[in-house]
Design a binder for this molecule. Structure first.
Ligand SMILES: [Zn+2]
Length: 283
């Protein structure tokens, strides 16, 4: 391993950004969405700046929320490349295969069904009731950390509410977590001031690129099984159309593979095909 991580891939979501606790902030048509985009862009910049202070030289930011056109491109630190776009094939994981030393997951949120996490969901609130990896309920932090490990990259920084930070620490040793808020419910939280969050990210990113050298990638081992429990049986009917899936429950479909990338792709395919069960007039 190099003395420090010199290339950083950043997946940045929105629900865990400092100041955010409402749909009106994370939905494109929401009244506070434009302000929330600014906070998100500032948090990306704080991470890039902090990582650069720690010696990193190559940066990629994957806009990982909603339609994935949230970051203000003009305002992003010009040292970073920006990955954007709706229906990117690998979604929140797009670009993770680019040979980066380490990954930051910024603005992340708790898993679908977490009892106390801001705007909890896993990939699609309109389709997924719960996502399980080898029988255990997991969120996007876990799913994407194993994808990073599949490509030999560590996860060295995770930010979001307290629930997100706990999920990260339970999974990845030496990970730097930056808490942006304490969840008091799905739509409520005790916030740190956005400027304090950005400062903590800058400082945390510097530590993370150094700590990354003491970490090991979370390499998925053996055969793994992902199970998606959908909101309705009709959604499971659609997901079950994907070859080699298994109908594991009235509303649930599972997919097993020794290849984690294949598993991840199957998960994305199921998430994307499930809404086809809902008549367009009801979406
Ligand atoms: Zn999101």
């Amino acid at each position: 391993m190099p003395k420090r991580a010199t290339s950083v891939w950043i997946s940045i979501d929105m629900e865990g950004i400092g100041g955010i606790a409402a749909y009106s902030q994370v939905m494109m048509q929401g009244i506070e969405y434009e302000r929330a985009r600014q906070w998100m862009t500032h948090e990306a910049n704080a991470c890039i700046d902090g990582a650069a202070n720690g010696g990193a030289r190559r940066f990629c930011v994957n806009d990982s929320h909603g339609a994935m056109h949230n970051i203000f491109a003009d305002d992003l630190d010009p040292r970073a490349e920006l990955v954007v776009g709706t229906a990117k094939p690998w979604s929140m994981g797009q670009g993770i295969d680019g040979g980066y030393d380490t990954c930051f997951f910024v603005g992340y949120h708790g898993r679908a069904g977490h009892p106390k996490a801001v705007l909890d969901h896993t990939y699609a609130s309109r389709a997924i009731f719960e996502c399980r990896l080898n029988g255990k309920p997991v969120g996007e932090t876990t799913l994407n950390a194993y994808l990073a490990g599949h490509f030999g990259a560590t996860v060295s920084l995770v930010s979001g509410d307290d629930a997100t930070c706990r999920e990260a620490r339970a999974l990845v040793s030496n990970v730097v977590t930056v808490k942006t808020k304490d969840a008091t419910g799905r739509f409520s939280a005790k916030m740190l001031h956005p400027s304090r969050v950005q400062e903590a990210l800058r400082e945390g990113a510097t530590r993370a690129v150094e700590a990354a050298t003491r970490s090991k990638p979370l390499v998925p081992k053996g055969s793994n099984e992902i199970e998606l429990v959908f909101l309705t049986s009709a959604m499971a009917d659609m997901a079950e159309l994907i070859p080699t899936t298994r109908r594991s429950g009235p509303r649930a479909v599972s997919y097993a593979s020794r290849d984690y990338l294949e598993l991840y792709k199957a998960m994305l395919a199921m998430v994307r095909i499930a809404p086809a069960a809902v008549p367009p007039e009801q979406t």
